[in-house]
Ligand binder design. Structure first.
Ligand SMILES: C[S@@+](CC[C@H](N)C(=O)[O-])C[C@H]1O[C@@H](n2cnc3c(N)ncnc32)[C@H](O)[C@@H]1O
Length: 242
């Protein structure tokens, strides 16, 4: 099994933009999600994007006037983010998202952890740690948003084989294997080469975090919460610091 960082560096990062449907379409979809959130983000406001990837949310936020710090453990995805964001006020930071406090000099108006990033944390204790850190650092009235896949109810049989994306040269399928607290995500990549189709497989562990468990943790830390449907079948939890 790979660590999350190894899985992205060796397996997913090189095809991530393709997997997301291309940079332009993905950033447009991210922008639509940002608009739907109605974040309390005035022009010039400071926003943190944790597990930012190639900037699907960071770039639209910066286009709407925010100053964004985008933290991710994948150097390759951050290089793509830097290329795509150009002169926009997006600072890319290559670090673990749990170390975000080392990279902020002011209270963020919003902290995002979108696109199933929070389930990449190793254990529920790390989710608790993140929520506690967010509750300390967020500006009063600020908002924390997490969107993620709810793996708490296991898929069974052939439902566990998830076609992610395919075209004439590449097929990406994800197979889910359930453990009591986690799910092993096996990403199977078939690629057409000059020698025919080649297959690469890598897997990593993701948390089976239920929305109810995250919401209880947020409320315990003094947040008012709202749950709604997110993009691509994810659940989205918005938490406002009272
Ligand atoms: C599923 S992608 C989501 C990316 C982006 N937020 C989006 O919506 O497209 C998860 C991202 O989180 C990053 N990541 C996972 N665990 C991390 C950690 N502990 N610290 C920093 N980044 C992490 C991965 O490198 C990857 O870019």
């Amino acid at each position: 099994m790979s660590t999350v960082a190894e899985h992205y560096e060796r397996h997913l990062a090189p095809i991530y933009v393709w997997m997301a449907g291309g940079a332009e379409a993905a950033v447009q979809a991210g922008g639509a999600e940002i608009d739907a959130l109605s974040l309390p983000v005035a022009r010039g406001a400071f926003v943190l994007d944790l597990g930012a990837g190639f900037g699907l949310h960071s770039i639209p936020l910066a286009r709407r006037g925010a100053r964004v710090t985008a933290i991710d453990s994948s150097a390759e995805l951050l290089r793509t983010l830097a290329e795509l964001s150009g002169d926009l006020p997006v600072q890319a930071v290559n670090d673990d998202l749990l170390a975000f406090q080392d990279h902020i000099a002011e209270a963020p108006s919003a902290i995002l952890c979108m696109g199933d990033t929070i389930t990449h944390l190793p254990a529920f204790g790390d989710v608790e740690k993140l929520v506690e850190q967010v509750s300390i650092e967020l500006a009063p009235g600020g908002v924390f948003v997490a969107s993620f896949r709810d793996y708490s109810v296991p898929l069974t049989g052939e439902q566990r084989f998830i076609p992610v994306r395919s075209d004439e040269t590449r097929i990406l399928t994800c197979f889910l294997e359930y453990e009591p607290e986690a799910v092993l995500a096996h990403d199977i990549i078939h690629e057409r080469t000059a020698d025919g189709w080649q297959t690469r497989v890598s897997h990593y562990r993701k948390l089976r975090l239920s929305p109810e468990r995250l919401i209880a943790c947020l409320q315990w830390n003094g947040f008012e919460t709202r749950r709604e449907a997110g993009m691509r079948g994810m659940v989205r939890v918005l938490a406002r610091r009272l």
